[in-house]
Write a protein that binds this ligand. Sequence first.
Ligand SMILES: [Zn+2]
Length: 325
Amino acid sequence: MKNVFVHIRSSLKLLFILAASALIIFAIVKFVYRPMYSVTFNGEFVGYVQDKDKLESKIKEYMKTGEGENVAFVDIPTLPEYKVCLLKKDKVASDDEIYEMVKATGTTYYKYYAITVGNEDKIYVPDKETAEAVITKLKDKNSSNKSKLAYSEKCETEVKEFTETEKAVKDLYVEPVRSTYVATTGSVGSYGGTNSSKGVNIGIYLSKPTTGTITSRFGVRGSGMHTGMDIANAQGTNIYASAPGTVKFTGWFGGYGNLVIVTHGNGVDTYYAHCNTILVSAGQSVSQGQLIAKMGNTGNSSGPHLHLEVRVNGVAQNPQTYVYN
Ligand SMILES: [Zn+2]
């Protein structure tokens, strides 16, 4: 019995010694060494990292957002591999360098939108909302390419230069051309007016702006020049825009009385004078045949009528070359 006790006691003593030495060894190891990760990247040893979790989440975040605007994602073909190891504390960790190295192998893909005309990329915009806004505006303006307009999402490694909404609308707009009037000296005279001007190809179809009787035509009148055509009807008769365009001026303008000027591109402006009421405002887009004013007797006028002018680069043309012929 006594022998057994002696045996247990010596065993305990041995155990204590073992535990104590393990503790001492552990303390020394902990003092001198620390756990780190040895990193292999594309099959090559590249260094040690201290904080593997932080590095991994930084890489993941970079793959999702990249740097800069309009990044769809970043493709990093291979990710680093990690192996835990104990290293002497003076071993330098290179977490940041490894992050930069991994980043450098990535390919950034950008997401943006192309506005297409007949499936051909014409203009690039940063987002879908802008693409939709540009197309809506062009449709509102009755651009003649409106049926061929679309947009498509792009995911490319190169980012294109973006065009802002107003410029995109301006660049893509195509004047609706229904027919082109090319008047010659010969044919103008055959309309029976008092005009003697040569017709100018304005590349725009002008429709009749109102109904009524032509009371005065373009040309020399008395000692001066009548720069337009007069169409008389009852006060308040509707006056419509002769072509799509943008209202350039509305308001009182001397002898013209209440005047509306619509600009149509190609240097072509139409003037609607002596109006009783003006129904549009400057800067507004109008479509062909849109009601813009009511006939009146304002300014230098002796009875309700519309004085219609067609000006090309500021020079009055015979309206009869284009309308009422
Ligand atoms: Zn007149």
